[in-house]
Design a protein around this ligand. Structure first.
Ligand code: AMP
Length: 283
């Protein structure tokens, strides 16, 4: 496995491999890897001749009061996990390498970023789209793997690929959870033991939605309120948003007469946790 720190060397290496007719899969990450990330890497290794994993804590997707500095990092452990999984290249650039002085070009998105995390983290998705666009230009992947845990991010990337005519297949992967149901996240490290139970309120709230849908509840407001009351009933929780949205457009739904996604962002102590679930509505 090669560790490459510059865009130019990564480009040259990928070009060399593509000349040999090899297919390339890419998994963009911010590191501090867990089994959620590894499910993406393993799928890429299975689907492609070459897998490029990027590890880069991208400053342009963090707001001024967010956890950029504190974001957990452990490159040695990441490297060992990626070697074991059979990744071929780790692209591990510095901030200067990705954003050299004088850089002024960003990818800017509209509409689907004006809901959910797009509201509570202004500029976040422009930062995500910009870095992913740059990573795609550097590694020229045939396929790119993203987790549906970051559901809105996945929709943003799919839309960007379509809008900018990128020749990349975006593969969405299911959420990997801990045994108790907590969605795996690098940020779970921030949770104190006494906050763990509260963190489970997110995944547990989906059972409430399930029950309401089974009872043929069609009001999104009723479902939203029930979830809100449930999560707020746990200590240490501070709800950022609870939204019921259309699976692709990410627009709010009023009547649950077609498939929908419940998307949650809740602060539990220091950790801002997100989770979501797709619900299929029987017609
Ligand atoms: P991050 O390092 O948090 O930027 O995540 C890198 C990629 O891993 C993104 O596509 C995430 O959606 C994905 N990912 C993170 N956590 C999980 C999880 N629990 N299950 C599946 N994919 C995940």
């Amino acid at each position: 496995m090669k560790i490459i720190e510059t865009a130019a060397e990564t480009k040259a290496e990928v070009k060399r491999l593509k000349m040999q007719g090899k297919t390339v899969g890419m998994v963009p990450t911010m590191g501090f890897l867990h089994e959620g990330h590894m499910s993406l890497v393993k799928q890429s290794v299975e689907d492609n001749d070459v897998t490029v994993v990027s590890i880069f804590v991208n400053p342009t997707q963090f707001g001024p009061n967010e956890d950029l500095e504190a974001y957990p990092r452990d490159f040695e452990k990441d490297k060992a996990m990626l070697t074991e999984a059979g990744a071929d290249i780790i692209f591990y650039p510095s901030v200067d390498e990705m954003y050299p002085e004088g850089a002024i070009t960003m990818v800017k998105l509209a509409s689907i970023t004006e809901t959910l995390c797009g509201v509570s983290r202004p500029g976040h998705f422009d930062g995500v789209a910009t870095i992913v666009c740059k990573l795609f230009n550097i590694a020229s992947p045939d396929r790119a793997y993203f987790g549906s845990k970051d559901y809105q991010q996945l929709q943003v990337i799919k839309r960007m690929v379509k809008d900018l005519n990128m020749d990349i297949e975006v593969i969405d992967m299911p959420i990997v959870r801990e045994e108790d149901g907590l969605a795996m996240s690098s940020r779970n490290i921030y949770l104190k033991p006494e906050e763990r139970e509260s963190a489970l309120s997110l995944s547990r709230s989906f059972e409430i939605v399930e029950r309401l849908i089974d009872a043929e509840e069609i009001s999104a407001d009723v479902v939203q309120l029930s979830v809100e009351e449930f999560i707020a009933g746990y200590p240490h929780t501070e709800i950022d948003y609870i939204e019921i949205v259309h699976p692709e457009r990410m627009t709010e739904m009023e009547k649950l007469t077609e498939d929908f996604v419940v998307a949650l962002a809740v602060k539990v102590g220091r950790a801002r946790l997100i989770d979501n679930k797709f619900f299929s509505v029987k017609k």
